[in-house]
Design a binder for this molecule. Structure first.
Ligand code: ATP
Length: 248
């Protein structure tokens, strides 16, 4: 036993001081967002908070504003009013160049159809975000190889996206989304094009990898079994959000 542990004997659970009940301060938050497309309102006062390491499922009916909320959070769309903050930085006050730099260096993206670049091999696709951040080819490809191994698709490194299955392509997409170790990951229906077995596998790999890297994940999904991987659910209806505490 060390001197330190002698001085401070381990507390039994019932002796522990009460933990503060507040949520951890959010890494990413949006407040009172409004966004319309012409006459169509997409967001009507939507708000959301996401802590580092937290996985939030954004659910709701088709056309309710889920993707628009995700795109505003990721700095892809600008809301007409309301604020979006990432780690204390007000995204809504940033210029386009700062936003694209933020997306490249701090955010990872995963979409329904993987959206891999068809001309590049799977390895080059995963290395691409690193290359765009100025990492040298050799180092980028080495890191990409490690991520392909982690997602159990390293045998596909030399293949192009057109030569792999949907599930395999989506695992390559997960590797590409996480290869820069982003602090926030935005996933829009990442399992929407997969059968349930492949969908489960992609979700397991995505959640394990995101938890290992401590990334905050915002996941838009229609599927309750996909949302079951989340720590919390936010439901969007008619452009407004409702937070559901999920006991897990
Ligand atoms: N680029 C756009 N141009 C015009 N209208 C748009 C555009 N993007 C979204 N909308 C409209 O905004 C509203 C919200 O769309 P959004 O895609 O955010 O909903 P969603 O909940 O993600 O839908 P889904 O589940 O079907 O993908 C819808 O009425 C949609 O038609």
């Amino acid at each position: 036993m060390t001197a330190r542990s002698e001085q401070r004997p381990e507390q039994r659970p019932e002796q522990r001081p009460e933990q503060p009940s507040e949520q951890p301060s959010p890494l990413l938050s949006a407040h009172a967002l409004h966004k319309s497309f012409g006459p169509t309102p997409a967001l009507d006062g939507a708000s959301i908070t996401v802590a580092a390491g937290e996985l939030i499922a954004v659910m709701g009916p088709s056309g309710s504003g889920k993707s628009t909320l995700l795109h505003c959070l990721a700095g892809i769309l600008r809301p007409e009013s309301g604020t979006v903050s990432f780690d204390g930085l007000e995204l809504t006050g940033c210029g386009d160049a700062r936003l694209s730099e933020l997306r490249r260096s701090e955010f990872g993206f995963l979409f329904q159809f993987g959206q891999l670049v068809p001309e590049l091999t799977c390895l080059e696709n995963v290395a691409l975000p690193l290359r765009l951040n100025g990492v040298r080819r050799r180092q980028a490809e080495q890191q990409a190889t490690e991520w392909l191994e982690r997602l159990e698709v390293d045998d596909l490194a030399a293949k192009r996206p057109g030569e792999v299955s949907g599930g395999q392509g989506q695992r390559v997409g997960v590797a590409r989304a996480l290869v820069t170790r982003p602090r926030a990951v935005f996933a829009d229906e990442p399992t929407g094009a997969l059968d349930s077995l492949n969908g489960e596998r992609v979700m397991q790999l995505l959640t394990t990898a995101a938890r290992d890297t401590g990334a905050a994940v915002v996941l838009v999904t229609h599927e309750a079994r996909v949302a079951a991987y989340a720590d919390r659910e936010v439901v969007v209806r008619d452009g407004r959000t409702r937070d559901l505490a999920v006991a897990r």
